[in-house]
Every structure is written in structure tokens, then in C-alpha cells.
Design a binder for this molecule. Structure first.
Ligand code: SF4
Length: 293
């Protein structure tokens, strides 16, 4: 029933996002899904378009140096995603004939691809019937199906089963429905102030039927950014991305004034393989060398 209401709504109201256009390849879908994890659409759009121009196939990305990949990732944040995507591109190029797999288990075996991304690629890249569950989908299902105010903490198996139960049997319709469910959660059934008036599933929504009970589960952690290690790591990487090549230690010291936090963050970047310490004492993005060495 939800599908009958949501798919026509989606046909009419879906946002025109570049990775949703018919010419987008499964590779383009995979790249978009890596980028969209914890990053808003508006920030992803220009970077995704740039990546698709530069690296339209997995093998083209796989052939690029990691330093180029990290520079092109720009300020999307969580830059380990860029290296994992690079590793996934290599695995697709060498192990799958440069074609993104359509099978969920094969997708799950790729570096950096988890339960959500594997099913998103199967559904949006290959129009397969696969339950695609992100926070937006969980919230819509919690409200519309279970009558709860919000979804509470993730329960992967139960969440997948919930979404699976709603999927129409036809592959194409199921894939469209999955996209529609996500869209409803992103633009209308939002965390605060859901736009219930005019919602396509208003008449079927269990939360409405139950009198809109308040959410009483655990509260979600507030994500702060200023002063966190994440911010410091970002500042240090900015220095390396903006430089044409390796930089001296002093350039990194200037990026953050608190030495203990700065050292901790630099160490974690080295451990994550996002920065390299070169024999001459300078620091660089991975794969970057001092000219002449
Ligand atoms: S009616 Fe409101 S709570 Fe129910 S699905 Fe629509 S937006 Fe969400």
C-alpha cells in the first residue's frame, strides 16, 4: 500500500540529483553512495560531478595516485572514505572486469562497502529488489508503519526485515519505492517538524492514527565539530591538500595551536594512511614524493 502511494509521489516530486539521472552508471551510483554517507547532498553534488568527469570508470580512479584522490575529495570530510573508494575501484577493476557487481554479496566483499551501500547500489544502480535502509528510511518506517515518534537505535537485521516486508515484488517498482522511501524521510518526514500535511502517506500513517505519540527512546548524541579531533585532522589535511607537494613539520604546526591534540591527530592520520612521513622529515599525502627522490 505504501508503495502505491509513494511511487507516484516520487515520480512527481523527486529532487533532480545528478546521480539519479538515467545516464548514471552503477559506478556513478557507488561513488555517490560513498560520498553521501554523513555528508549533505549540496556538498556532494559538485564533487561527484568532478569525480565523474575525471574518473568515469573504476579503473580510471584505481590508476590515480592516492594524493590526487584525497585532493579531489576536497572538504567532504571523513577522508578515509576516499581511500576506501579508491581501494574498491581497484578491486572492481582487477576482480570484476571494471564492472561494479550487481550481487549484494559481491558488493559486500568490496572495501568500504557495508550493508547499506551494497543494497543501495543493487537498487539504484541495477534496479534490483533490495531493502535499502538508512536513517531516513528507518524513521519513515518507525512512524508510518509502527506508529512511533522516531526510530531509536539501529537494529540491522530487524531494520532490513522491516524494509524488506514493504518492498513490492517487481524489481523495478521495488527499486523506485526504495528511492521514494528515502526521499520522503529526507525532505518531508524529517526528524523535527515533519511535513505531515500533504504527505502522500498521511491517510495510512500509523503515527497519525495513534495520535502522534512522542518519541521516548534514547536520544541521539549531539554531533559537535569545533575543537574535536575531526576538525584538527581536517585542518592538517587541508595544509597538505593545498600545498603542491610535501610540507615541513612547521607548516603543520601552524595549523593548530594545541600541540598534544595536534600530535595525536597527526599520528592518527599517519596510522590511517592518509599522510606519509618522508625520509627527509617532511609530510605528504600518500604516494607523493619529494621531486627527484
Ligand atoms: S504523515 Fe507525517 S509522520 Fe507520517 S509518514 Fe508522512 S510525514 Fe511522516
Amino acid at each position: 500500500m505504501l508503495a502505491e502511494l509513494l511511487v507516484p509521489w516520487f515520480d512527481e516530486h523527486a529532487r533532480d540529483l545528478p546521480w539519479r539521472r538515467p545516464e548514471t552508471t552503477p559506478w556513478g551510483v557507488l561513488v555517490s553512495e560513498f560520498m553521501l554517507q554523513q555528508t549533505p547532498v549540496k556538498r556532494v553534488e559538485p564533487i561527484w560531478l568532478d569525480w565523474m568527469r575525471r574518473w568515469p570508470t573504476p579503473s580510471e580512479l584505481a590508476a590515480a595516485p592516492q594524493s590526487d584522490v584525497l585532493r579531489a575529495w576536497g572538504k567532504l570530510g571523513y577522508p578515509r572514505r576516499a581511500l576506501r573508494l579508491h581501494a574498491a575501484a581497484s578491486a572492481i577493476a582487477t576482480g570484476h572486469g571494471d564492472i561494479v557487481p550487481s550481487d549484494v554479496d559481491e558488493l559486500l566483499a568490496l572495501p568500504g562497502v557495508g550493508a547499506y551501500t551494497a543494497r543501495a547500489v543493487a537498487a539504484f544502480g541495477y534496479q534490483r529488489r533490495a531493502p535499502v535502509v538508512d536513517t531516513n528510511v528507518r524513521r519513515v518506517i518507525a512512524r508510518a508503519v509502527h506508529g512511533a515518534g522516531d526510530a531509536g537505535p539501529p537494529r540491522t537485521t530487524a531494520d532490513l526485515a522491516d524494509a524488506e516486508a514493504l518492498l513490492p515484488s517487481d524489481d523495478l517498482v521495488a527499486a523506485r519505492f526504495s528511492a521514494a522511501l528515502m526521499e520522503l524521510g529526507a525532505v518531508r518526514c524529517t526528524v523535527r517538524n515533519p511535513g505531515c500535511e500533504g504527505c502522500p502517506v498521511f491517510g495510512e500513517c500509523a503515527w497519525q492514527a495513534h495520535g502522534r505519540p512522542e518519541y521516548t527512546g534514547p536520544s541521539r548524541p549531539v554531533q559537535r565539530f569545533a575543537g574535536t579531533d575531526r576538525q584538527v585532522r581536517g585542518r592538517l589535511l587541508d595544509v597538505l591538500r593545498d600545498a603542491p607537494g610535501p610540507v615541513p613539520r612547521t607548516a603543520l604546526d601552524d595549523a593548530w595551536s594545541e600541540p598534544a591534540q595536534r600530535d595525536r591527530c597527526l599520528f592518527s592520520l599517519l596510522t590511517d594512511g592518509l599522510v606519509e612521513h618522508l625520509p627527509d622529515g617532511s609530510f605528504a599525502l600518500p604516494g607523493e614524493r619529494v621531486p627527484g627522490h
